[in-house]
Design a protein around this ligand. Structure first.
Ligand SMILES: Cc1cc2nc3c(=O)[nH]c(=O)nc-3n(C[C@H](O)[C@H](O)[C@H](O)COP(=O)(O)OP(=O)(O)OC[C@H]3O[C@@H](n4cnc5c(N)ncnc54)[C@H](O)[C@@H]3O)c2cc1C
Length: 741
């Protein structure tokens, strides 16, 4: 089968990040084409502020250079805008060409919103979104002196700081009474304004722009109240609007933006969206952290990997102006339902406000000292109780203990979703001793750079204290402050209890749970408990599945299937993702297979086997079929795709799967990705050891943990030892079948 054709419209931060994730997951799955309206390779839009401020160069903000496209066999049509999508015939069209797709990702981002003022078309009026806007601004600063920035939000203030650095006199015009009024309360906003005024910025607040004056080039801005401000450059930074042009005149559903579900699917099959152009559960996001999460979810979906889908994001904002630390996340304004804890230090000029609703932390604003930003974001995400807060007035002493107690899964780099655990592991495994190497290895601090101080603190902490960190616990989800281990322990201590009893015991407030915790609890009860509320696994009356073990079938099975189809007038016969033929549309109850809710074995693929495969050394087909039969009805922590190869010739194919066996001159080898678990096994040993490995995986892994993640967490040596023990036990005990709740 040829590769599926994946077309991406938009070469920006979200679309290309999604492609990067796809390549990481399955480099061979797609033939990839990207269309980009801009003439550059993929670059870091966030850093345009830093380019303007002179703290980085245009060259250094490239995220993936021209070689990257070539090395990954991506066809990139730069400077080429897609004008039309045909959803029926599955193609897209630019002025130069038409390209067919099997899967289509729309990642067209946003357009800057331009106020419809008289005079807007004059020379010297620009937005601040692209490299070419940035070049225009830098060029104007060489020839002109006075600039106005319309918009006192994050983008406007960063642009204004850049203009100051370029030697211009800058006035920021803002409609509201305070700066960054969508992110900061009055107190923090006033502190920010004072600091920016000290840096040389001027402000006109509560000013409604009415007209841009001048002949060909701008000379100033007139306001609704009749006032006037001179300027030879006006930068418009009043917000963005999702870029929906490609979805117009198509059946793709659009509300405020392109509407997608939790897997980034639009209402049209095979068409997806990521980035600022989409709307998810009513939200349109304009920061990179959520867009990167979306890209990962979509990549998993397209590569057939498990994910719980995109659940929405808690937003946080950090201003990128050197010398000013401001951070805001979640809710920040006082209202009747909210209480706040505030701390102001007039000497250090720091301010901290933590907002609480019904004892739960829902927002925070930090000015002057933002060390706690990540910790607070994490608390908000998991709806932590305010009693967890330890407000301290001495930030210096706090750094070490904060780093030490950060949870491993706490996200340090919000832009790129890099956790403390990933950074610590990279430092330790690769003996990294500077932040730039950590950035190159993990991507932490490679976008807005706001987390660089935290990354530095983690590095310094490890250099001074080694790896002895007392971490916060990694909870199962945000419904309860409970780890996977605690759930399992509680089930073992109270066997036979129901799910509701378990949830009440462990402090779930809402017994309906969420899509993350419910399947996990069901799985753990199925594996470790003897539940009293087992429901019988029902069969689907309208689907009959006929499994072809090891991907092998024969004339007899095909004849039986053909007879069944004819006799029952079955309207649809279809190969499923695994080697199973599904017959849809019959009312009879033939199925002997368990229904496939829960995570199960998907396929065991085999090569041509001992009789037909070139260089075959072992009977891969027989072993593959036996394994498939013994594992097919087991519920697993995560779906499994296995492969059995008759010779090392096909080793790469086995390693692409979750796990498998390879026939070698010295006997069978069991492999999980690149880890060789056992080698030199006879066929019987290979079968027993593999089954023992899977038994252990089912018992020990956390729900949704893949077999390779589980081995990485547990340690290869320990897994080997435990499999040996398990194999002995396994000889006497048949594999436990789990009833699906
Ligand atoms: C100066 C600046 C500073 C920022 N700072 C931060 C920050 O500190 N933190 C943060 O989280 N976010 C920040 N952002 C926002 C962040 O950059 C965006 O959220 C992010 O870039 C959006 O990614 P995207 O891929 O959805 O859109 P984009 O990056 O805009 O990419 C979309 C691409 O699609 C192209 N395109 C559009 N239509 C078509 C078409 N029909 N055919 C082909 N190509 C098309 C566009 O030209 C564009 O290149 C900042 C933005 C700016 C401008």
């Amino acid at each position: 089968m040829g590769k599926r054709k994946l077309v991406v419209i938009g070469n920006g931060m979200a679309g290309v990040r999604c492609v990067e994730e796809i390549i990481k997951m399955d480099a061979d799955a797609f033939e990839i084409t990207i269309f980009g309206k801009e003439p550059y390779p993929n670059y870091n839009r966030i850093m345009l502020s830093k380019v303007l401020q002179g703290s980085t160069t245009m060259d250094s903000i490239t995220l993936n250079d021209w070689n990257w496209y070539e090395e990954n066999h991506i066809t990139f049509y730069k400077n080429e805008m897609v004008m039309e999508i045909n959803t029926e015939e599955k193609w897209v069209r630019s002025p130069e060409r038409m390209v067919n797709y099997d899967e289509l990702i729309i990642a067209t981002g946003s357009n800057p919103f331009i106020l419809p003022l008289p005079g807007i078309e004059k020379e010297g009026v620009t937005a601040f979104r692209t490299i070419s806007d940035c070049e225009k601004i830098i060029d104007a600063s060489i020839h002109y002196k006075k600039a106005i920035v319309i918009g006192g939000g994050l983008l406007g203030l960063e642009a204004a700081r850049g203009l100051l650095d370029l030697g211009m006199e800058v006035t920021v015009v803002h409609l509201a009474e305070t700066l960054m009024d969508r992110q900061l309360d009055q107190k923090a906003a006033k502190m920010l304004q004072k600091e920016l005024e000290r840096q040389g910025m001027q402000f006109l607040l509560r000013k409604n722009s009415a007209e841009i004056t001048g002949d060909k080039r701008v000379t100033g801005l007139r306001f609704a109240d009749g006032d006037f401000q001179e300027a030879d450059l006006i930068v418009m930074a009043v917000g963005v609007r999702p870029n929906l042009q490609v979805a117009q005149n198509t059946p793709i559903k659009v509300n405020r933006a392109i509407v997608v579900d939790d897997y980034m699917r639009t209402n049209i099959p095979n068409i997806y969206a990521v980035g600022e152009c989409l709307e998810h559960r009513g939200m349109v996001y304009g920061l990179v952290a959520p867009l990167y999460e979306q890209g990962k979810v979509l990549a998993s979906y397209l590569c057939g990997q498990d994910s719980k889908g995109y659940q929405g994001s808690v937003l946080s904002t950090q201003l990128k102006i050197s010398g000013i630390d401001v951070f805001s996340t979640g809710e920040f304004l006082n209202d009747e339902e909210l209480q706040s804890i505030e701390f102001f230090d007039g000497i250090k000029n720091t301010y901290k406000k933590i907002v609480v609703r019904d004892q739960t932390i829902v927002g925070a604003v930090l000015f002057g000292d933002i060390q706690e930003s990540r910790k607070l974001t994490d608390m908000i995400k998991r709806k932590a109780n305010y009693s967890e807060l330890e407000l301290s007035t001495d930030s210096n002493n706090q750094t070490d203990s904060h780093i030490a107690t950060m949870a491993d899964n706490e996200v340090v780099c919000m832009c790129n979703g890099v956790s403390k655990g990933t950074i610590v592991q990279a430092i330790c495994d690769q003996s990294l001793d500077n932040v730039d190497d950590i950035k190159a290895c993990t991507k932490a601090s490679s976008s807005c750079g706001g987390c660089r101080p935290t990354v530095t603190s983690i590095l310094e902490y490890i250099q001074q204290n080694g790896m002895d960190m007392e971490t916060e616990k990694e909870t199962i989800c945000t419904c309860a402050y409970v780890t996977h281990e605690e759930v399992i322990e509680s089930i073992l201590q109270h066997p036979g209890g129901s799910r509701e009893e378990l949830m009440m015991r462990l402090g779930w407030e809402d017994l309906d749970g969420c899509p993350t915790c419910l399947p996990a609890l069901n799985y753990y009860i199925g594996i470790h408990g003897h539940s009293t509320d087992k429901k019988k696994a029902s069969t689907f009356p309208s689907i009959v599945s006929s499994r072809m073990y090891g991907g092998v079938t024969n004339a007899n099975q095909l004849r039986q299937i053909a007879d069944l189809v004819e006799q029952n007038n079955i309207p649809l016969v279809k190969l499923s993702e695994g080697p199973t033929l599904e017959l849809y549309g019959t009312e009879n109850e033939f199925s002997t297979l368990p229904p496939s809710y829960g995570k199960m074995l998907k396929t065991v693929s085999t090569d041509a086997g001992i009789h037909f495969a070139k260089d075959a050394m072992m009977d891969s087909i027989q072993l593959g079929m036996r394994l498939e039969k013994s594992l097919e009805s087991l519920e697993l922590p995560s779906e499994l795709v296995l492969a059995v190869s008759s010779s090392p010739h096909d080793e790469a194919k086995v390693k692409q799967k979750d796990a498998g066996l390879i026939g070698t001159p010295g006997g069978w080898e069991i492999v999980v990705k690149n880890d060789r678990i056992f080698s030199g096994l006879s066929e019987e040993e290979a079968e027993n050891m593999f089954e023992a490995l899977i038994t252990l995986y089912r018992q020990d892994a956390f729900y949704l943990e893949t077999i390779s993640q589980w081995i990485e967490r547990t340690g290869l040596i320990k897994v080997r030892e435990e499999v040996f023990k398990q194999k002995e036990h396994h000889k006497h005990v048949a594999m436990k079948q789990v009833t699906i709740l």
